[in-house]
Design a protein around this ligand. Structure first.
Ligand SMILES: NC(=O)C1=CN([C@@H]2O[C@H](COP(=O)(O)OP(=O)(O)OC[C@H]3O[C@@H](n4cnc5c(N)ncnc54)[C@H](OP(=O)(O)O)[C@@H]3O)[C@@H](O)[C@H]2O)C=CC1
Ligand SMILES: CC(=O)N[C@@H](CCC(=O)OP(=O)(O)O)C(=O)O
Length: 345
């Protein structure tokens, strides 16, 4: 199967190259760039020299659709909105990593992303791909919208409780932290070394564009609209997301009971690992891998549940989940190309 990558020079694109290089059923067909056409990918990423070296090509959606069986779009929000419809119209099967097709409510997209929404026809066509909780068979899907990094960590942590009505959804607080690669490769003052090193920053307070994405899924699962409290912090590390989630329990429970509920729910999900009660995940446990590690606690004094989840933002939060979704779309083994032991230390 031949794969093309648009936005190959970005961090998400580079991670797709790394994962697909090891995929038993995929050949890397072409890498595309809007700014470095004709240059080798190794000029941007010397670590790929002699392994996955290819010259970057122009972005011609019709040509890409003709040559590749699957196209990964790893371009910024707003750019995908323009490119993806042309790919789809030319018959390509697309996995889009941006936020452009995640929100069925295009008014909310425009409010939170401060960009013009893509054509509604394509938004309607897109399937939201939180892989473990897909409600449809995606073997025939043409346009797959890959979830955001924070929503992946938060929703995998909340799904079992919300779906089984075991939590007061109006009380949910998601306290999230990310490594700096979450902001992509482009230079910006906020992610400059001197701004992030030896520092911890809260950002996009009550304005984070992933808020409506998380709320939409919680509403779909619980049947009622609910506003969450969601805070995001930048941590001086390269990869990783940790979400610490607090919510009120409608009735008394125990941490052991919660842990067993999650172990049962995720029993068949290779990439979600529920930790033994009393043990907690850290971002290094999943570094460079497609795993999401979770732990459950219950505070009897406050009647509050605490869930901790960790992912690698570039893998389960982006390229890894995109490959996992591709595997499902093409009827391949779900773990193909992704069965990687996390990099440690
Ligand atoms: N980083 C992360 O942890 C996550 C990222 N995402 C999403 O994945 C996508 C890629 O993110 P990431 O790789 O981090 O970002 P980067 O900024 O690292 O890379 C984005 C790439 O998009 C390309 N690009 C920029 N403008 C255009 C354009 N007008 N037309 C075509 N291509 C363009 C650029 O390549 P070139 O100049 O060569 O064309 C650039 O390398 C984004 O939508 C992001 O929101 C989602 C989840 C997590
Ligand atoms: C550190 C940092 O800036 N992280 C980004 C992650 C979001 C992202 O990658 O974009 P999508 O909206 O396409 O998912 C942020 O918080 O906006």
């Amino acid at each position: 199967m031949k794969a093309a990558i648009i936005g190959a020079t970005g961090y998400g694109g580079a991670e797709l190259i790394r994962l697909l290089h090891y995929h038993p059923d995929v050949t890397l067909q072409s890498f595309h760039s809007s700014s470095q056409e004709g240059e080798s990918i190794a000029a941007s990423y010397p670590h790929m020299q002699g392994i996955a070296e290819k010259n970057l090509k122009h972005i011609d959606p019709a040509q890409i659709a003709k040559e590749a069986d699957v196209v990964f779009a790893a371009a910024p929000a707003g750019v995908s909105a323009e490119l993806v419809p042309e790919l789809v119209d030319n018959g390509a099967r697309v996995v889009d990593l941006s936020g452009d097709f995640r929100l069925q409510d295009t008014g909310k997209y425009e409010d939170w992303y401060q960009k013009k929404a893509p054509d509604k026809q394509y938004v309607n066509q897109a399937v939201y791909g939180l892989t473990e909780w897909l409600e449809t068979d995606i073997t025939g899907t043409q346009l797959l919208s890959n979830p955001g990094c924070y929503p992946t960590a938060a929703l995998l942590a909340l799904a079992p409780l919300v779906k089984q009505n075991r939590v007061d959804t109006s009380s949910i607080i998601i306290d999230a932290k990310t490594g700096v690669s979450g902001a992509g490769r482009k230079a910006a003052a906020a992610t400059h070394f001197t701004e992030t090193n030896d520092n911890l920053k809260i950002y996009k307070v009550f304005k984070h564009q992933h808020t409506p994405e998380i709320e939409a899924m919680l509403e779909a699962w619980s049947g009622k609209p609910e506003a969450i409290t969601f805070s995001t912090h930048l941590v001086p590390m390269t990869r990783g997301i940790m979400t610490t989630i607090y919510a009120d329990a409608p009735q008394d429970m125990t941490a052991q009971e919660l842990t067993e509920l999650y172990q049962e729910c995720y029993n068949d999900c290779y990439f979600v690992r529920v930790k033994e009660q009393g043990t907690y995940p850290s971002t290094k446990d999943v570094y460079g891998s497609n795993f999401c590690d979770l732990s459950l606690s219950y505070d009897e004094r406050t009647n509050r549940i605490m869930i901790v989840s960790v992912i690698d933002n570039l893998v389960k939060g982006a390229a890894g989940q995109a490959v996992q979704n591709m595997n499902r779309m093409f009827g391949l083994n779900e773990t193909a190309g992704l069965d990687l032991i996390p990099v440690y230390p």
